[in-house]
Design a protein around this ligand. Structure first.
Ligand SMILES: Cc1cc2nc3c(=O)[nH]c(=O)nc-3n(C[C@H](O)[C@H](O)[C@H](O)COP(=O)(O)OP(=O)(O)OC[C@H]3O[C@@H](n4cnc5c(N)ncnc54)[C@H](O)[C@@H]3O)c2cc1C
Length: 433
């Protein structure tokens, strides 16, 4: 049998999956590597964190997606480095994986910006584990407050979200809705109205990439729904029971949700690639890595730029379009043709502000707010999720939860009394009997 070129893809995120799928007809062997055996639909992580969706509704079995693809192989593991001379990837476990072409699509990690105490005490929202952990933590705060309402004064029901981008805004809108629609019924003896959702943003506006009128709409909608928005406030440090702002304000809280930013996967640095802002790997116009024509970098890892030299945003669509582009370039290389530059076509951006409210903007200045924008958001996310194979009953349930909103979540990580004692300890109070 003739040895076919091997294309190795690192990362089963938006970019990696698209690249693997589009190589199905190519005369190559495709190896996809990821540290998880499932794909995470990150735009809906906040819904898992706020009990609107369950983890399996946004986590898709990678092997299952490729059942019908003959040239596909999956390897579970973490890529630790590369031997450029031998053209092999070094894995966390035994064995090296050789490649002829390499597509790096390892995404991004949370950026804590080196602020004191944040990495230790804040909750990031970048992976499924983190979303589940955050959901459990929030539930445990309510359980603790229900058992000992005096903890409320000490901030046990203060939920601080840092970062007023789409993730922070969506998280804030979804939290108040969860408290109002579900937790108020789950905890009838507790005055759930005392729970505070505080959104902290260093700039003087929310949703920076959006048009001014949409930003104002999002701000007013959040405030109307009970979110306290603090603009031009930056975090100075975080502790186990408070967040300290640079202005001197101290907010007592055990829950800091960190939605303030990401930096590219550390894999670029480990591999010795040239990096630029946000640790993103410098790429040639065709998305190949300088000095490595057989290596392409896509998605959140890549510092791909428009004709004016502006970095493309770290969005799912950029990763998807980048993946399609590099698949074409590998095809051209195999035929001995020269490669073409990557150009991103912006299909529009949207963000929800809770159920029945969203903002959406499209090319040519088209803008939408409120229910219409929310309906668009629902249709877009639903059609994207339909691309992953799923049992019909799961899909119907999923659609129902997207439309109808939050349901009760029952998971708490620790027994109630233990949580209460731990919390009392963190808050410096004596545990109730
Ligand atoms: C909470 C949240 C909300 C978002 N909302 C939106 C939105 O509404 N719209 C939008 O367009 N974008 C949104 N984004 C951004 C979007 O998810 C990313 O731009 C997109 O996922 C980037 O795709 P990617 O393929 O580059 O990387 P990812 O999708 O992040 O995938 C990277 C993959 O690489 C794997 N990996 C990493 N390192 C290694 C390693 N060393 N070895 C093996 N595997 C590795 C990871 O496990 C992961 O599966 C959101 C992101 C977050 C975190």
């Amino acid at each position: 049998m003739v040895n076919r070129p091997r294309v190795v893809i690192v990362g089963a995120g938006f970019g990696g999956l698209r690249a693997a799928r589009e190589l199905r007809q190519a005369p190559v062997d495709v190896w996809l590597i990821d540290q998880h055996n499932y794909h995470t639909f990150q735009p809906l992580l906040y819904q898992v964190a706020t009990a609107a969706l369950d983890p399996e509704e946004i986590g898709h079995n990678v092997r299952g997606i490729f059942h019908a693809q003959k040239n596909f192989h999956f390897r579970l593991g973490t890529v630790m480095g590369v031997d450029w001379a031998a053209k092999t990837l070094q894995m966390d476990q035994d064995g090296a994986i050789p490649f002829d072409y390499l597509i790096l699509a390892a995404g991004a990690v949370t950026n804590f910006f080196g602020i004191e105490g944040v990495e230790e005490h804040a909750f990031p929202l970048k992976s499924m584990e983190e979303a589940v952990q955050l959901r459990s933590h929030i539930m445990s705060q309510f359980e603790a407050a229900d058992a000992d309402p005096s903890l409320i004064k000490q901030g046990v029901l203060n939920f601080v979200i840092v970062g007023g981008g789409p993730t922070g805004v969506e998280m804030a809108g979804s939290l108040v809705e969860w408290f109002d629609k579900v937790l108020s019924k789950d905890f009838p003896r507790l005055d759930v109205g005392k729970a505070r959702v505080i959104l902290v943003e260093a700039l003087d506006r929310l949703l920076t990439p959006f048009d001014e009128s949409l930003r104002q709409n999002a701000l007013k909608t959040l405030q109307r729904r009970g979110v306290e928005v603090m603009l031009q406030e930056a975090v100075a440090r975080a502790t186990a029971n408070a967040v300290h702002l640079k202005s001197g304000t101290v907010i007592p809280t055990c829950t800091i949700v960190w939605a303030a930013g990401v930096r590219a996967s550390p894999l670029g640095a480990t591999m010795g690639l040239e990096l630029t802002r946000g640790a993103r790997a410098v790429v040639n116009p065709d998305l190949s890595a300088p000095g490595h024509p057989e290596v392409f970098v896509i998605g959140d890892m890549a510092a791909s730029k428009d004709a004016q030299g502006n970095l493309y945003p770290q969005l799912a669509q950029v990763a998807l379009q980048g993946a399609s582009h590099v698949v074409k370039q590998i095809g051209r290389r195999l035929k001995g043709e020269s490669t073409e530059p990557f150009v991103y076509h912006d299909p529009g951006t949207m963000a929800t502000i809770g159920r029945n409210a969203a903002v959406a903007q499209f090319p040519f200045g088209w803008k939408f707010t409120g229910f219409i924008a929310w309906l668009m958001w629902l249709l877009v996310h639903d059609s994207q999720l339909q691309r992953y194979p799923s049992h019909p009953s799961r899909y119907i349930r999923h659609l129902a939860t997207l439309v109808l909103g939050h349901h009760g979540a029952t998971y708490t990580p620790t027994p109630c009394a233990e949580t209460r004692n731990a919390l009392s300890h963190r808050l410096g109070a004596s545990a109730p009997p």
